[in-house]
Design a protein around this ligand. Sequence first.
Ligand SMILES: [Fe+2]
Ligand SMILES: [Fe+2]
Length: 237
Amino acid sequence: MIITTETQVRDIAVEVPTAIPVLERFGIDFCCGGKHTLAEACTRRQVDVDPVLKELELQQQKTNTPEVQWQNVPLKDLADYIVGRHHAFTREQIHLIGGLMAKVEARHGDSHAEVAQIAKVFAVVSAELAHHFICEETILFPYIGKLEGDQRAALPPMFGSVEQPITRMMADHDQAGEELRELRSLTGDYTPPAAACPTWRALYRALEDLEQDLHQHIHLENNILFPRALAQAKGTA
Ligand SMILES: [Fe+2]
Ligand SMILES: [Fe+2]
């Protein structure tokens, strides 16, 4: 693909997955805000589009073949990958962060008011994600996995339309995206105070890793899994 300033950010992430770290580095939202063109996304982040475009082109030259073409693998395999890789990572990370957060709050909560706010937003987003994953794993993904192949004829009309649960899941993604932005803002772009202890530094690093993984995870669902499932359900795949 030829990337220009008018290319939609989600198309860049879908067609050139190795460009994702470049987008991440410039803080460009390719999952929930993926509909924007590269120029629009840069304006939103207040970064100059030219160096971003240049880096994307360089990255594209370096790696012409993406590791996995998710557009072409069976939907069930993609759903299994998301659960095995991203749901598992998020659950582990939430557990890790919970422990670090409790320590930082106990030691520094009294002198740093932002710590309690961070803990509050984290508690909300982690509870929402736990519920969201259960909905995907027990209802939506098994359904999507059967949209292709022999089992399709046996599918019960469980949702009326697969569009409804997908719309709900995407609304959850937007909500999580908002909360991640709030965490980023409350932590000053995950910059610990100069005198922060190693636990505090580890906490911010773990939160940032969680954010980065969720961006890739939501991208795979919003921009690849769900559009492909909708097309398959409508018989246009
Ligand atoms: Fe998911
Ligand atoms: Fe999801």
